[in-house]
Design a protein around this ligand. Structure first.
Ligand SMILES: [Zn+2]
Length: 179
């Protein structure tokens, strides 16, 4: 994918707006067939358990869409870099206005997904990675049952709903990429 643009973010308690545009691989329709592929790399600054959570969140796209959203870890040729911030101020370079309220941030211009992992539980870290990848797909914020809800999702966690990417998210993804 190329041409990603704009910024988006996930916050613990406050909202953010986002709009993203992406040109991507448009392939076949159909369940189980990739409609778009996103290549990512993961910052080695994440610890092993953090990387596990990040990978879990990213994998939820393939699971939740039944394979129409494809992600590939590629540390050489990648669309987005998942970067670890040890505090929110570290993301202020990419997010100069709202960094104090963000625990995750997607900067499409730079291809950066920032995650302030010390401020997140393991589930929150996975959800945050999944949410920001959603922005990298070009998706905007969705309703409270969506991984694309603008807050981390205490409601869905409490309901025990899995996978992180919901049918609603899959529908939005498929509408964008599988037609
Ligand atoms: Zn967001």
């Amino acid at each position: 994918m190329t041409g990603s643009l704009v910024v988006a973010a996930l916050t613990l308690t406050l909202l953010v707006s986002c709009s993203v545009a992406i040109d991507g691989t448009r392939a076949r329709q159909g369940t189980g067939t990739c409609c778009a592929t996103l290549r990512y790399t993961v910052d080695p600054a994440f610890g092993p358990s953090e990387i596990g959570a990040v990978e879990d969140g990213i994998a939820s796209w393939a699971i939740g869409t039944n394979g129409t959203a494809c992600t590939i870890r590629d540390d050489v040729h990648y669309d987005v870099a998942i970067l670890r911030a040890s505090s929110r101020i570290e993301i202020s370079g990419d997010d100069p206005t709202d960094w104090p309220i963000h625990v995750g941030f997607y900067n499409g211009r730079e291809g950066h997904i920032w995650i302030v992992s010390p401020d997140l539980t393991s589930d929150g870290l996975a959800d945050c990675a999944s949410h920001e990848i959603g922005h990298a797909w070009g998706l905007s914020h969705g309703d409270p049952k969506s991984i694309m809800f603008w807050q981390l999702r205490p409601l869905i966690r409490q309901e025990g709903a899995a996978p992180r990417v919901t049918p609603e998210d899959a529908d939005v993804f498929n509408q964008r990429w599988c037609r």
